[in-house]
Design a protein around this ligand. Structure first.
Ligand SMILES: [Zn+2]
Length: 308
């Protein structure tokens, strides 16, 4: 090609380019990322390393380590969530004082909800704007064999809780709060017992990660720490990959609650709440028009009962 033709070709290409260029000021912005908001409720009994309540209560020398492990289990899931495209991750500290995670230990991209009391307790902060919920460090319901620190809401008060005839562990009671807002629980972590109960209550599609296997209530075989954190990360990734097929756990309203206390003196107190019906010495029942209303009444009935 001669230089003249080269110049003509270059000019023609430039003109063509100009003709197709968008008018100045009308440049298209990249499409906004669809929101992927993840809500995480984190309890402590199902955290890696934890086998005894001395590790989960402030004031004990072992507590400092356990609260660090709690942040580390959560951070593995938070990391996976952001890698999967999460636009926001909210972590609700859900154990005891609900001030277990030291704010500075949490992945700095995540939002922390800390302290108690909170109207929705372990699920405070969730609403219909979230796309998925993780329940981390959870434990089996009261009365489960080979389950680390098994209990339901209050170890010293509650023997069992049924909603619409179905006995539920905390994971079910809290999944129903998420379900009320249309949010599916897609990941549960804890010991092998809580993983099994997740399948029984929420179905086999929810991803579970076992971090320990219990030999009774107060002893467990821990998986190697690094392996556990990798498993939590992989579990969170898998759960979010399957998110489009996930279903919220919904309990049909009106909801009938049955609360069995350990001893009758506790039911004597709960029975003073309007609407409570005494089924036997230690069991109360009541019906609520919607699940959230019922959940609040349930918490009040538990809170006013004296420890046995
Ligand atoms: Zn707890």
């Amino acid at each position: 090609m001669k230089p003249t033709w080269l110049v003509l070709f270059a000019l023609a290409s430039l003109a063509a380019g100009l003709a197709f260029a968008p008018p100045s000021g009308a440049q298209t912005k990249p499409a906004p990322k669809p929101p992927l908001k993840i809500f995480i409720s984190v309890d402590m009994e199902g955290i890696w390393g934890v086998v005894n309540s001395e590790q989960t209560s402030a004031g004990n020398p072992e507590y400092a380590n356990a609260r660090k492990w709690m942040a580390q289990d959560v951070n593995a899931a938070v990391q996976a969530a952001f890698l999967a495209g999460a636009t926001e991750v909210v972590v609700n500290d859900s154990h005891g004082s609900m001030r277990n995670i030291v704010a500075g230990d949490l992945d700095p991209r995540a939002t922390l909800i800390t302290g108690t009391p909170k109207p929705l307790s372990m699920m405070q902060g969730i609403d219909a704007s979230f796309q998925a919920c993780f329940l981390l460090g959870y434990h089996a319901k009261a009365g489960t064999e080979n389950a680390i620190l098994d209990h339901t809401i209050s170890g010293s008060v509650v023997r069992s809780i049924k909603v619409n005839g179905l006995e539920l562990p905390e994971l079910g009671l809290n999944a129903a709060i998420a379900g009320y807002y249309g949010v599916p629980v897609v990941l549960v972590t804890g010991d092998t017992a809580v993983c099994r109960q997740t399948g029984e209550v929420l179905g086999p599609d929810v991803v579970t990660v076992a971090v320990k296997e219990a030999y009774g209530r107060l002893a467990a075989k821990l998986l190697p720490m690094d392996e556990v954190r990798q498993k939590i990360e992989a579990g969170a990734r898998e759960a979010l990959k399957k998110l489009s097929g996930a279903k919220p756990f919904k309990l049909a309203a009106p909801c009938r609650f049955e609360l069995a206390y350990h001893v009758s003196a506790q039911a004597d107190m709960g029975a003073m709440i309007p609407g409570a019906q005494r089924l036997d010495a230690r069991t109360l029942a009541f019906t609520a028009d919607d699940y959230i209303q019922g959940f609040r009444a349930l918490r009040a009935m538990i809170s006013i009962a004296p420890a046995r």
